[in-house]
Structure formats: C-alpha cells, structure tokens
Design a protein around this ligand. Structure first.
Ligand SMILES: Nc1ncnc2c1ncn2[C@@H]1O[C@H](COP(=O)(O)OP(=O)(O)OP(=O)(O)O)[C@@H](O)[C@H]1O
Ligand SMILES: Cc1ncsc1CCO
Length: 349
C-alpha cells in the first residue's frame, strides 16, 4: 500500500535553489526575466509594474538568499490565499533567479523518499525525515559545485532551460548530436553531473540521440531524467518515451497528467503538450510507472505530486497558474531535477 508521506508547498521540481546570483552581476538573467515577465503580463493582461522589481529583488537584492520557510504542519499545505502571490512578483522571482522553481529529493536512512520543494519566494521541506538544513545543504552543494547538466532538449525550451539552470547555479550544456554524446557523457560521468532528456521536438535524428544517451548513461552510471513531452498526442511520442524508459536507468520521470497517463498505457485525450486532466488523475499511473521502472515519477499541475518506487506520494498544492501561460515551465522543472544519486555525487565531487 502506498502512503501519503507529505504535502508540499511551492511548485514542483527538481533541484533547487535559492540562488544568490552568479558573481557580481546577472544582467543577462535580469533581461531574461524582464522579457518573460513582459510576455506573461501581456498574456494575462496584468501590469508590467512588478512589485518584486520595485523591492529591488530583480535588480540587485537577489544576490541575497531568500529565507527558507517550512510548513509547521506537515500534513497541511499553505493556505490558498498565501499561494495567490502577485503574478508579476511570481514571474520575476521565477525568472530572475531569486528562487527557481524546484525541488530535490533524497533517500533517507529508512529508505523513504524525502522531497523538498522550493517555489517562488518560499521554500518548504516536507517529510517526517526532511529538514530545511538538508535543503540548504543541497542548495549549497549545487551552488558550490555547479554541476554539469547535459541536456538533450527541444528547440522551444533550450534557451529557457539553460538560463534556468544557470539561475540555479548549475552549468548547462545543450549537446545532442549522436556523434558527440559519448565523449560528452564521459565528461558528465567524470565530474558527476546528470543528463536531461526531453522529447519535445522529436524526429528520427533526435530519437537516435535520446536512445544513445539513455543507453550510455545507464552503462556509465550517469543519472538521467526524462520529460515525455506530449506523450499520448501521437503514437511516436508515446512509443519513444516508453522505449527510453525500457532502456533503464532513468532516475526521474516528470510529466503532466496526460503525459504520465499515456506513458502508463492509458488511452485518453490530450491537448498537444498541455494536459487535459488534473494531476491527481495520473496518480495511479505514476505509482505503476515508478514501481515498474524503479524511478521517481513527478506529475506537474495545479497540485504537483512526487511518487517514489515504493508508492509513497508527496504532494505540493502550490501550483502557479502563471507557469501555464509561458511555454516550457515543465521542461525547466525537469531540467532542474537532481536526485539523491546526483546529490551524493555532487558531495564527492
Ligand atoms: N492548473 C494549474 N494551476 C496552477 N498551476 C499550474 C497548473 N498547471 C500547471 N501549473 C504549474 O505549472 C508548472 C508546470 O507544470 P505543467 O503541468 O504546466 O508542465 P508542462 O505541461 O509539462 O509544461 P510545458 O510543456 O510548457 O513544459 C507546475 O509545476 C505548476 O506550478
Ligand atoms: C510548445 C512545445 N512544443 C513542443 S516542445 C514545446 C515546449 C513545451 O513543452
């Protein structure tokens, strides 16, 4: 039987941080944040006057880490009111690296998955075994070691993902030609990085690279994470995602509900890269995939879920609607995933 181990605040994902910025300046990221904020504000019809920016968070104060908050009652999420942060504030915080949407998970002594989620302007560690100290340790390790995250990702998210990883303190590399994957993954293995595979804009050449990368990672013990973008939308996508998982060695599978359902074999409707279902609808499918592939499965949505291979579930009721108004938020979350193995590898780096 599965156990519900905790509820989380913050929005889903994978590794994280309370970024203090890179070096003395981050004008590139600021511009990046500005641009995304403008686009999102236009889409939502909200003002471009950003409270976070007025407070200086975008223009300078982001060099100071934000405080980490914990939910004192681990079985209760923060209130809905707390979740309703100003749209503009949210997007500034997300993009301008004050905090990147993320989470990290560790396997604790008793074998249960310990999930830590960080969100826009607040971070929460949730699990009986979890602690803010552990999250801070991860954040420090990520920032100190600047792990190489080798990404095979889609044309849409490439830039966003690279900037998000930089914001976290990681070191992105977008390498996907099959001819250079082996030497690239050798370097990733040598310096204890991780590989991210996202099937967003697949074609036969990409598929060959994805499979080569997954096989190479498995052979060399490099952790890799999979985003089965738009699985269920076309048979090629569903088959590709399943074949990648069948290769083995995947540490984290992250998708929206429609994608997770499709990968688990359910027949349903999809809206291309967007989900046609709430994340809770994919919980059973996620549990079955986590057990089958011995990996952690994350379902993103208004409520984000993390399911470990033994069926334990953690939930995060702090979805940020703004993230549905920009493309590739889920892709970025996937790229930020750092699992216990990566974390421990970082420790030894
Ligand atoms: N209905 C929703 N309400 C509030 N927040 C949401 C909702 N759906 C998604 N989100 C937020 O968006 C984040 C990304 O999840 P989403 O399911 O949109 O990814 P995705 O569909 O894979 O995105 P993409 O394909 O653009 O990369 C979630 O972690 C959550 O914070
Ligand atoms: C919109 C889109 N189409 C293929 S990949 C992608 C990015 C979000 O998944």
């Amino acid at each position: 039987m599965s156990t519900h181990v905790g509820k989380m605040t913050g929005s889903l994902m994978t590794a994280a941080f309370i970024s203090s910025g890179r070096g003395g300046g981050s004008s590139g990221l600021e511009a990046f944040g500005e641009s995304i904020r403008d686009q999102a504000s236009q889409l939502l019809g909200t003002s471009n006057d950003c409270p976070a920016q007025r407070r200086g968070r975008v223009t300078g104060d982001h060099k100071q880490p934000l405080p980490i908050e914990t939910n004192p009652n681990k079985t209760q999420p923060f209130s809905a009111a707390e979740a309703k942060l100003d749209h503009c504030h949210e997007i500034c915080d997300i993009i301008s690296q004050t905090t990147t949407h993320s989470s990290a998970k560790l396997e604790t002594g008793n074998g249960s998955i310990f999930a830590i989620f960080a969100s826009t302007g607040r971070t929460t560690a949730m699990d009986e075994n979890g602690s803010v100290e552990k999250l801070q340790e991860i954040v420090r390790a990520v920032k100190a070691k600047a792990p190489l995250v080798q990404c095979l990702t889609n044309f849409v998210s490439m830039d966003f993902m690279a900037n998000g990883l930089l914001a976290l303190g990681a070191s992105p590399a977008m390498v996907h030609a099959v001819e250079e994957l082996e030497p690239a993954i050798d370097v990733v293995a040598a310096i204890k990085g991780a590989v991210s595979i996202n099937i967003g804009t697949l074609d036969p050449t990409w598929i060959e690279s994805f499979k080569f990368a997954a096989r190479t990672c498995k052979a060399k013990g490099v952790p890799w994470v999979l985003d089965p973008v738009a699985a269920g939308f076309t048979p090629l996508r569903t088959t590709t995602a399943t074949e990648l998982l069948d290769i083995g060695g995947c540490s984290v599978l992250r998708g929206n509900a429609s994608e997770i359902l499709a990968v688990a074999g359910a027949v349903g409707d999809t809206k291309g890269v967007d989900s046609s279902q709430g994340s809770g609808a994919a919980l059973k499918a996620a549990k079955s995939l986590a057990a089958k592939y011995n990996c952690v499965v994350c379902i993103s949505g208004a409520v984000d879920f993390v399911v470990n291979p033994t069926g334990q579930v953690s939930s995060c009721e702090h979805g940020v609607e703004m993230l549905t108004k920009i493309t590739a938020a889920g892709c970025l979350e996937q790229a930020l995933a750092v699992d216990r193995r990566s974390y421990r590898r970082l420790d030894r780096f």
